[in-house]
Ligand binder design. Structure first.
Ligand SMILES: Cc1cc2nc3c(=O)[nH]c(=O)nc-3n(C[C@H](O)[C@H](O)[C@H](O)COP(=O)(O)OP(=O)(O)OC[C@H]3O[C@@H](n4cnc5c(N)ncnc54)[C@H](O)[C@@H]3O)c2cc1C
Length: 410
């Protein structure tokens, strides 16, 4: 028997399992997936919890509901990977051998990386919304908050879902308006980037949006430390910003096991071929999702496009055929903009988000780089698509590669 080992059974690992299990001959292949937690979180839903649009129960399901029969699933922490001897050591004492491995261990926030962030004020007036605990604690806080200065701060790039912080402040503008306290709240968006977003056209568009919503943008602010007694954040170049409520996107890092196994960069992201998704260091290892070191967005939609390419390349690899350089960095992200509207961006490594219609040129129904009600419905439908199609590895009517059809060149 040949052995395929999948590390991590979140979004990307589950998709790969569901794609490969039906096509690999059960007489020849033993497939094993390892993950440490039983619960699957629909992470895009964390955004909506602070504003009481979703609750905890709206974003969780048991992971086992999404794993096909006939594969071995082990619930254990992965302690060490030894890529030279093709072995993985688990916290439950088991040692697993593999012929091929797919790494899909994602990334997590690390507030302790910033001095003062996790002092006594953590989840008192400093919150994240990138974890279920943070999102639920922030919902409780916002229910009783009667206003002041709210600062949203991105610690450093890369982060998962780079549009989520923008969505958060757009929704906060809507939420405080609904609560009748918008005039009592100052919202400041503080980012290390030179503008509202990573790519120039979208950055200009989204920057104007912040202005329209009376949200102050402070760019090129690289946070060095938090002073939670004075309620101030300080940058490395000695600028400081006051807050009453700090919503932080802390440093995002790949799983510790990647670093401890000597397989990652300084943020524990795995060096990955940007087009084939093969590990840069080991021919029998492939990498997918947030754990890659690629400049593509860390998003479920991106992992889905990667899964189409990796499926093809994995089958090629085991048949000794040449891998196809087909992953182009394609990302497709709905940006919830508040008041029942949304924006859509579609881009890849080379083409930045442009205006137009999606997926059908001239027809849509979604509009690119434009705020519409239809885009909001796209965002809200994504949860159903995620549980029922995406995780199950089903084909979606969107090509893995980005297309220029329907886009207007600038
Ligand atoms: C607030 C927020 C909003 C978002 N919004 C969107 C959105 O609108 N659209 C979108 O497309 N994406 C969005 N995302 C991003 C999306 O959720 C992620 O990109 C996606 O889940 C990545 O999948 P993954 O498989 O790489 O990682 P994950 O789904 O995080 O899976 C990693 C798995 O590895 C396991 N694991 C890690 N280390 C170990 C270990 N040592 N031992 C055992 N198991 C381990 C974990 O338990 C986990 O199950 C959002 C994310 C957040 C936080």
């Amino acid at each position: 028997m040949k052995k395929l080992l999948i590390l991590g059974g979140g979004t990307a690992g589950t998709m790969m399992l569901n794609k490969l299990a039906p096509v690999l001959d059960k007489k020849e292949w033993q497939i094993t997936l390892v993950d440490e937690y039983e619960t699957h979180y629909y992470q895009p839903g964390f955004l909506f919890i602070p504003f009481e649009i979703y609750t905890r129960n709206d974003v969780i399901k048991p992971k086992k509901d999404f794993y096909p029969s006939g594969v071995e699933v082990i619930m254990s922490k992965i302690d060490m990977i030894n890529p030279k001897s093709n072995e993985v050591k688990l916290a439950n004492g088991k040692n697993l051998k593999y012929d091929y491995m797919i790494i899909a261990t994602g990334c997590k926030i690390h507030p302790e990386e910033t001095e003062g962030m996790k002092n006594g004020a953590w989840h008192k007036n400093i919150f994240d919304f990138y974890t279920i605990e943070g999102a639920v604690a922030l919902a409780k806080f916002l229910k009783h908050w009667d206003g002041g200065k709210m600062v949203l701060n991105i610690t450093e790039m890369p982060i998962k879902c780079p549009v989520a912080p923008l969505e958060f402040v757009f929704l906060a503008d809507w939420w405080f308006t609904q609560q009748g306290i918008r005039d009592k709240v100052d919202i400041e968006y503080v980012t290390p980037l030179p503008g509202a977003f990573t790519k120039p056209v979208a950055s200009k568009f989204l920057g104007e949006f912040l202005e329209k919503k009376n949200i102050n943008l402070t760019s090129e602010f690289s946070i060095a430390r938090v002073d939670s007694t004075e309620n101030k954040i300080h940058s490395w170049d000695e600028k400081s910003i006051d807050y009453d409520l700090l919503v932080t996107i802390p440093t995002n890092m790949g799983a510790e096991v990647i670093g401890e196994s000597g397989m990652g960069d300084d943020l524990n992201f795995v060096p990955t071929d940007p087009n084939t998704l093969q590990s840069k260091d080991y021919e029998n290892i492939f990498v997918i999702g947030d754990v890659t070191d690629l400049p593509s967005s860390k998003a479920g939609s991106v992992a889905h496009f990667q899964a189409d390419v990796l499926y093809e390349n994995f089958l090629r690899a085991i048949e000794g055929r040449k891998l196809l350089p087909h992953f182009d960095g394609h990302a497709n992200c709905f940006i919830e903009s508040g008041f029942g509207k949304g924006i859509l961006i579609d881009f890849n490594y080379d083409v930045e988000p442009l205006p137009g219609k999606f997926p059908l040129p001239g027809v849509g129904p979604f509009s690119l780089l434009e705020e519409t009600r239809m885009n909001h419905w796209g965002k809200m439908t994504f949860r159903w698509v995620y549980w029922n199609l995406l995780l199950r590895g089903a084909e979606l009517p969107i090509e893995a590669q980005m297309t220029m059809a329907g886009k207007q060149r600038q």
